[in-house]
Design a binder for this molecule. Structure first.
Ligand code: GAL
Length: 724
């Protein structure tokens, strides 16, 4: 009898979980953005640690917010002893959902369960990644951000609440199973959840939550609002748009200098050289001290590279080795567990944050270092012999919990380094292996040890929903075709990076890892062939730098990501909802890289306009699938009708005073104007308005240029106009 009473009580509680939920307090925080607040706001969240304020003015300039498909009051929350659960409506059978960060496995998110933990490995479609972000956006034209540094489980429209069962099904014999399935595939085949199918965030450890809702009217504007809420998109230094080459981890200053000379000898454009672990006296954990053995007279060495037009980037991580000058000052300002024998910095402690920041400023930035590779700030998903996890039960003097620190370590680490650059009024273009929500203003690009071609491409598309930058780097290849297709994909990424850190010889001398390690190099002709192919591919990127820079400025000013999933630009074309292998690169170019070893692929061109095929030099109709055959290393690129795209004469590297010579190409008869941006390319003065807008227009068969703004120097010179 007692067990029956308990059963009935539990049943009643479960059936009415939504009735027990609390109402949120609703506040409009900026035009088209609302906060729904429940319970106690947590002390440590991305919002609390934001790098920049909300861009309220830019938000006011966006199109009128679209109407939400649900009422804000319908967002419900339950706060239990050990967790907070948020229920967000999503009841349109047609609706599709995108986002959740740097997911490598899934593009369409509906029906999935996400586990948004920061991780060095992407695990299937779970969303655990280098950048798990609790933001999603819907084809119904809105976005949702849940401001937490905890590790949420998100059930994306996959749960069927008991309350939703239709009365007509009860005691209805026709709903009984007639055919019994006997294969595992059939039994577990995906089925649409029935009835109301909310997105449910289950957040262990939280006793309250702020949920932010971003209006559309479409995905694109919802994402723009999210980025502007985050503080606006980043503007890289101009040189950051060139190629980054990372050197052999076990090398020394001679091997790096050889690479530097060889790149220039072959004419392979390169702006940034990265040094891997060997520059330090101890790595894993890090001493953050130059090795005089391998890099004697390092200041002169760095200056020499700078004189050759390179910007120098140092690999490191934030686990501090006992031999480091930072060990003593940080000993009491770090977590209670070590990683690789080093301290885990308590970046929430302002003193620790400053000590780390100032050390980088004085020892490196003041000595011509312009970027860092902030490695290993994620965690092993599964514990193995590589112990770079501090546990969730870690304690830090600042009071932040171990799970929150793990989720935010990469972001706080970035902020500490960025502060040192900002104090010197210098931009940086750095690398990082972990970040969290609200990262749009950060000049740090994510990268990975993973290497799946399709996953890398999907991550490029997925990153565009949540303010992330992604570098699908090239390390090695099993064939020349694969090598060139990888380099080609990387050339259309947020950052272009070749990172053969584990091989002693440059990548163009041998791309097969084993052979490179054994010194079995290509013959001279083979090396030249690869080097020439690299040059051709990188030159194409170099020619697009002014155009790409403009796209980043739109990111900063309007929150519009420089690379975008096609659903963002063409919301009415439903065929694009599944396309996770092509993207918009700036306002006008649709890029659909050749896969792995392929020389052919199918590309669906969005409906509503014609597209100019840059490789075939012909117009193609939109709303069609086209078969493309090209040599590996080429990239299928299509220009949207009625666009203007400036192509620069490629330079080997971007100097502070580079003036780009532009051939402006006009595609179509009534093109929309394109605005380029000119500034000093290296400082933060643009944030005070020190930049020019250069409007390129085409009317009645003639091009015109209108430049406005206070910047005094010349950045672009237009050589000619051409119409297609
Ligand atoms: C890895 C990193 C690689 C390389 C290596 C050096 O963690 O992802 O890109 O830097 O460390 O040890």
């Amino acid at each position: 009898m007692l067990s029956r009473i308990i059963f009935v009580a539990v049943f009643l509680m479960m059936s009415f979980h939504l009735c027990l939920a609390q109402d949120g307090q609703i506040e409009e925080v900026a035009p088209g953005i609302w906060r729904v607040h429940f319970g106690q706001t947590e002390v440590f969240t991305p919002d609390r640690f934001r790098e920049k304020d909300i861009c309220t003015e830019s938000l006011a300039g966006l199109p009128e917010p679209g109407e939400l498909p649900f009422k804000l009051e319908e967002i419900q929350c339950q706060i239990r002893q050990a967790r907070t659960i948020v229920y967000i409506p999503c009841d349109e059978p047609e609706e599709q959902i995108y986002g959740f960060g740097l997911d490598s496995g899934a593009y369409e998110q509906k029906g999935l369960r996400k586990y948004l933990t920061v991780s060095a490995q992407s695990i299937g479609k779970t969303g655990s990644s280098h950048g798990p972000v609790p933001f999603y956006t819907s084809t119904k034209g809105y976005g949702i951000y849940v401001d937490t540094a905890r590790v949420p489980f998100v059930h994306v429209a996959r749960l069927s609440a008991k309350a939703s069962i239709s009365a007509s099904k009860v005691n209805d014999p026709s709903s009984e199973t007639t055919e019994i399935k006997t294969t595992v595939e059939e039994l577990y085949a995906a089925r649409a959840a029935e009835g109301r199918t909310e997105v449910v965030f289950d957040i262990p450890g939280a006793a309250g939550i702020d949920v932010y809702v971003f209006a559309g009217p479409e995905i694109k504007q919802a994402v723009q609002r999210y980025n502007l809420f985050s503080g606006g998109g980043v503007v890289p230094p101009l040189w950051g748009l060139g190629m980054k080459y990372r050197n052999y981890g076990g090398g020394n200053k001679d091997t790096v200098m050889e690479v530097a000379n060889s790149l220039r000898k072959f004419g392979i454009p390169c702006d940034m050289l990265g040094l891997e672990p060997g520059w330090q006296t101890a790595a894993y954990s890090c001493s953050l001290k130059w090795s005089d053995d391998r890099f004697a007279d390092h200041d002169a060495f760095v200056d020499k590279l700078v004189g050759m037009g390179y910007r120098v980037n140092l690999w490191e991580h934030a686990y501090i080795h006992p031999s480091s000058p930072l060990f003593e000052p940080l000993k009491d300002k770090s977590g209670d567990f070590l990683v690789w024998g080093g301290l885990v910095v308590d970046f929430v402690n302002p003193e620790a944050f400053n000590i780390f920041s100032e050390y980088h400023g004085k020892n490196f930035i003041d000595h011509n270092i312009t970027g860092f590779k902030a490695d290993e700030c994620d965690r092993e998903f599964v514990d193995n012999a590589t112990p770079f996890n501090y546990p969730y039960c870690s304690t830090f003097g600042s009071g932040i919990d171990g799970d929150q620190m793990t989720q935010m370590y990469g972001y706080l680490y970035q902020r500490s380094i960025l502060r040192a650059f900002k104090q010197r009024n210098l931009r940086t273009w750095s690398d990082v292996r972990a970040t969290c929500g609200l990262s749009s203003p950060m000049p740090f690009v994510l990268y990975s040890d993973s290497y799946g071609f399709n996953e890398y491409l999907r991550q490029l598309v997925n990153s565009s929903f949540t303010g992330l930058l992604w570098s699908p780097e090239v390390r090695e290849a099993g064939s020349l075709e694969e090598l060139l297709n990888r380099v080609a994909m990387s050339s259309y990424a947020h950052q272009m990076c070749l990172n053969p850190w584990f091989v002693p010889n440059p990548l163009w001398t041998q791309y097969d890892r084993g052979k490179n390690e054994r010194g079995e190099l290509l013959d001279n002709a083979g090396q030249e062939k690869v080097a020439d192919a690299f040059t051709r591919i990188i030159n194409r990127r170099m020619s697009l730098i002014p155009y790409l820079y403009a796209a980043y400025y739109e990111y900063y000013l309007q929150g519009l990501p420089p690379l975008r999933a096609l659903v963002m630009d063409f919301p009415d074309d439903k065929k694009l909802r599944r396309v996770d292998d092509a993207f918009m690169f700036g306002a006008a170019l649709l890029v659909a890289p050749l896969k792995e070893n392929a020389s052919q692929r199918t590309v669906y061109l969005p409906a509503g306009c014609r597209w100019y095929d840059l490789n075939a030099d012909i117009w193609r109709e939109g709303g069609n699938e086209v078969q493309i055959s090209l040599t590996p290393g080429e990239v299928p690129v299509f220009v949207k009708e009625n666009s203007i795209v400036p192509f620069a004469t490629p330079v080997e590297f971007v100097a502070d005073d580079t003036v780009f010579a532009l051939t402006v190409k006009v595609f179509g008869n009534t093109p929309v104007d394109l605005t380029l941006y000119a500034d000093d390319g290296i400082s933060w003065n643009f944030e005070k308005g020190e930049y020019n807008q250069i409007k390129l227009s085409w009317k009645d068969g003639k091009g015109s240029v209108q430049e406005t703004g206070p910047y005094q120097k010349k950045r672009y010179e237009i050589i000619s106009w051409e119409q297609k």
